[in-house]
Write a protein that binds this ligand. Structure first.
Ligand code: PLP
Length: 454
């Protein structure tokens, strides 16, 4: 336990149980289980709880701690910036050094033609910002009919009203009367569930054409933009066939639809490239960045705006009446610069692509070869999923609508490895610094957890 704390673990857990409303949590069920586990330390890929148990974090927090926990360089960057200039903003006529440097660095790393950054605090806010920018853009272009957004079932784009509407997760729409009008969803490129014998590339094109069919149904003159994660993360790590994104590029170009790549999970090395757009050849008009931008050390997000849109917004738009108090807060921006510097110095992007990504995949394949519960192992870089089935030959699912994924996740939790249960899959996205020995340990604990699942 942290000796600076005047309260012991039991007192803290009791306070939490009485007063903290946890995000994405069934509070009643949590109380019935005895409350939340108290995490007190993080180092590398390891967390420590208040009982001194060490937990291997196979999810990098919430897909965000790319450089691992406890990196002194990031803490020092925050400390220095807090002493130099704890806060100033970019409204009206001022800027600060970390913000200017970070905007320049992001423009350098991003695919060509995305050279402007707008800062916010979270992925949700960044996507909300894009919704406003897109509609403002089409109004400025004299095409005010272009208002509709198209996205995918199982897509996740955040939890504000607009970003939940962009997302395609039914249980979220069920709370708050969503989606808002003008938000439409089409099938995802989820081969395991939907390919039905088609070869992957043919299936990728078919899934992309679902976007085109929706555009034609709504009328291209009414469609503003399409948004997608290069790999759908929180919807179950849905990895598209290579044919999918080039076809999406073509469709958006042909129908004059803006293309938004939500890189909140895929960015900053997760796929073995700086951005998922580079892995799949996506040609976006916007990129949404968050999470790995600071490795989760402080909240920060950015909207990268393509030159064609930026030029219209700047030349014809006048003042854009939009911005958060902490748009371009200097402290997280300083941390982001230190984080990017660390990723570059430790060549983590290349390491994911050529070393630890393929290694972890191979170890999972070896350890789970022939496992009766495993219908598929898929991964790209350091993100992946294990599909859990009742019958590996027929791919019959377990009854209970996703309960088996939660069961597997809970066994992992008890075995001190963190993985996510999403519907019928067990999902992983560890820090990019994961060593080979830690990968072996992660796989062994996941295998044990699956053995206990059924
Ligand atoms: N977009 C994607 C692809 C995400 O995975 C997330 C969060 O998981 C978000 C947006 C929302 O980001 P935030 O939770 O920072 O609002």
């Amino acid at each position: 336990m942290d000796t600076h704390s005047p309260l012991g673990p039991d007192a803290l857990k009791a306070l939490d149980g009485r007063h903290h409303l946890h995000p994405f949590t069934d509070t009643k069920a949590l109380a019935a289980e005895g409350g939340a586990r108290l995490i007190v330390r993080g180092e590398g890929v390891w967390l420590t709880d208040a009982d001194g148990q060490r937990i291997l974090d196979g999810m990098a927090g919430l897909w965000c701690v790319n450089v691992g926990y406890g990196r002194a360089e990031l803490a020092e960057a925050a400390h220095r910036q807090l002493l130099d200039l704890s806060f100033y903003h970019g409204f009206f006529k001022t800027t600060t050094e970390p913000v200017a440097r970070l905007a320049g660095k992001l423009a350098e790393l991003a695919p060509p033609g995305l050279s402007r950054a707008f800062f916010a605090n979270s992925g949700s806010e960044a996507n909300d910002t894009i919704v406003r920018m897109v509609r403002h853009y089409w109004n400025l272009k004299g095409r005010p009919g272009k208002k509709a957004f198209i996205s995918r079932t199982h897509g996740y784009h955040g939890t504000t009203m607009a970003s939940t509407s962009l997302g395609g997760i039914g249980v979220m729409h069920g709370q708050g009367d969503l989606p808002l009008p003008g938000f439409h969803h089409v099938m995802p490129p989820y081969a395991f569930d939907l390919a039905r014998g088609l070869d992957p590339e043919a299936f990728g094109r078919l899934a992309a054409r679902a976007v085109e069919e929706k555009i034609l149904e709504l009328g291209p003159e009414n469609v503003a933009a399409f948004i997608g994660e290069p790999i759908q993360g929180a919807g179950g790590v849905i990895i598209p066939p290579d044919s999918y994104w080039p076809e999406i590029n073509r469709i958006c170009r042909e129908h004059d639809i803006l293309l938004i790549a939500d890189e909140v999970i895929c960015g900053f090395g997760r796929l073995g490239h700086w951005f998922g757009s580079q892995r799949y050849g996506i040609e976006p008009d916007f990129m949404t960045l968050a999470k790995g931008i600071t490795s989760g050390y402080l909240p920060l997000s950015a909207v990268m705006v393509g030159d064609r849109v930026a030029e219209t917004l700047i030349e014809e738009g006048g003042e854009f009446y939009h911005g958060f108090t902490y748009s371009g807060h200097p402290v997280p921006c300083a941390v982001a610069l230190a984080n990017i510097d660390l990723i570059e110095r430790e060549t983590l992007v290349e390491r994911v692509r050529t070393d630890i990504g393929p290694y972890l995949r191979r170890r999972f394949e070896e350890a789970l070869e022939g496992h009766p519960l495993v219908g598929e192992i898929r991964s790209e870089g350091l993100i992946g999923a294990i599909e859990i089935v009742k019958d590996r030959r027929t791919r019959e699912r377990w009854p209970g609508d996703g309960k088996v994924g939660l069961m597997a996740r809970d066994h992992c939790f008890r075995n001190n490895v963190i993985m996510r249960g999403i519907r019928d899959s067990l999902v992983f996205a560890p820090p990019l610094t994961l060593s080979h020995a830690e990968a072996d340990e992660m796989v062994a604990r996941a295998r044990l957890s699956l053995d206990q699942t059924a």
